[in-house]
Design a protein around this ligand. Sequence first.
Ligand SMILES: NC(=O)c1ccc[n+]([C@@H]2O[C@H](COP(=O)([O-])OP(=O)(O)OC[C@H]3O[C@@H](n4cnc5c(N)ncnc54)[C@H](OP(=O)(O)O)[C@@H]3O)[C@@H](O)[C@H]2O)c1
Length: 130
Amino acid sequence: MKVFLAGASGVLGRRITWQLISKGHSVIGLVRSQDSENAVRAAGGKPRYADLFDADSLARAADGCDTIMHAATAIPTKQKPSPSDWAMNDRIRREGTRCLTEAAAKTGAKTYLQQSIVWVARPKDESPFD
Ligand SMILES: NC(=O)c1ccc[n+]([C@@H]2O[C@H](COP(=O)([O-])OP(=O)(O)OC[C@H]3O[C@@H](n4cnc5c(N)ncnc54)[C@H](OP(=O)(O)O)[C@@H]3O)[C@@H](O)[C@H]2O)c1
C-alpha cells in the first residue's frame, strides 16, 4: 500500500508509520513544521507539506496514494480544559475529516481509515453512566 497519513508525527502516527514501513508499505506523512518533518523521517515516512483544512492541497500531497488515514488531533493538554480549548480539535475532526475524505475522492484512493477511541467505564456503585 501507499498510504497518506495525517497526524504522522504524533504518538499514534509515528507508530502507524513505523509498523507500515516494517511490513513493506510506503507512508507519506502530512507535516506542517520542521519538527514534524523530522519526526516523520525518523519513523521511516516521507514528509509532505499540506494544509489539513484545504482538500486541494491534501489531494496534491496524497497523489498516487491508495489509502488515506486520519490520525491528527489537537486534544488539549491542560488538566481542566475549557470548552474553547477543544475548538481546534473539533475543527480537525469535522473540517479536517471532510477535507481528507474529499482528497480521497479526488485522488481515487480506495481506502479511508479514521482513528477512534473507545472507553469502557463504570461508576464504583455499578450504576449506569450518566
Ligand atoms: N495516543 C494514544 O494512545 C491514542 C489511543 C487511542 C486513540 N488515539 C486517537 O488518535 C488520535 C491521535 O492521537 P495522538 O496521541 O497520536 O496525538 P498527538 O501525539 O497529539 O499527535 C497529533 C498529530 O496531529 C497533528 N496535528 C495537530 N493539529 C494539526 C493541524 N491543524 N493540521 C495538521 N496536523 C495537525 C500533529 O502534527 P504536528 O506535529 O504538526 O503538531 C500530530 O501529528 C487522537 O484523535 C486520539 O484520540 C490515540
